[in-house]
Design a protein around this ligand. Sequence first.
Ligand SMILES: C[S@@+](CC[C@H](N)C(=O)[O-])C[C@H]1O[C@@H](n2cnc3c(N)ncnc32)[C@H](O)[C@@H]1O
Length: 262
Amino acid sequence: MSDTMDFDEPISRRAEAMYLTTDLTEVRRRTIDTMRLFPGARVLDVGSGPGLFADEMAQVVGPTGCVRGVDISEPMIELARARCDDKPWVDFQIADAVSLPFGDGGFDACVSVQVLEFVADVDAALREFHRVLKPGGRLAVSDADWGATAWRSEDAALCEQVMDGWTSGFAHLRLPLTLKSRIEAAGFVDASAHAIPVFNSACEPEGFSFHLIRQIQGVVPGRTNLTQEEVDAWAQELRGLNERGAYFFSQTRYLFAADKPR
Ligand SMILES: C[S@@+](CC[C@H](N)C(=O)[O-])C[C@H]1O[C@@H](n2cnc3c(N)ncnc32)[C@H](O)[C@@H]1O
């Protein structure tokens, strides 16, 4: 699974719509709550995507603080810059999680949400997060357990093929299972782990899975030998279940927080 997802312009725009849902707004709220931010803090967002985290953290740290975002996708960096245009204490640049363009010990906090699941060398990235944090700095990392996603379908074979096509864009299918140990191995202490359920009993625009269906329809035909018609048929079946009140989507995200020793 090394051919990870390329967050081009259409994928980035659909992802942005997904992150604005109630489900992922709650993931941001819980993540930011665990980061112990304060006015004047220096914060790094690795894999900053469309800048929603950076924007919300910037409101907490205020103009006496600073927020730096890095991402490998130019379209994502453009969305993030547009979002945070009114906050000169926020800045974004292209960089890889495994090679951060910052000196040692410059940040009070570092966050990386739904990014490491795309990064082949997770341990190298965690060592970078540790390096750029100050002694006593705070880390928050969150990823989804894609291998345990429950999505009702009456065509199990097609559903499995579609999900295989989708998850082939990830470097790690079940990263949360090993993340706490990896965070500790990178030198962090007092690591905690919490589950954040994302459950949709209806397929509605406020929910994560509504947008995930659209993202999958856009991505999977180009990644696999499934045709657009086959992937559209899968999506149509799920929408049919929804019309009958029989829709079911459930996935667990995991939030890890830890400290760099003083
Ligand atoms: C699912 S999005 C999450 C965006 C954001 N963290 C959020 O939760 O709103 C994943 C992001 O990670 C970025 N990404 C993937 N691999 C990366 C890497 N090696 N270094 C930096 N960013 C990366 C992608 O370009 C994309 O913007």
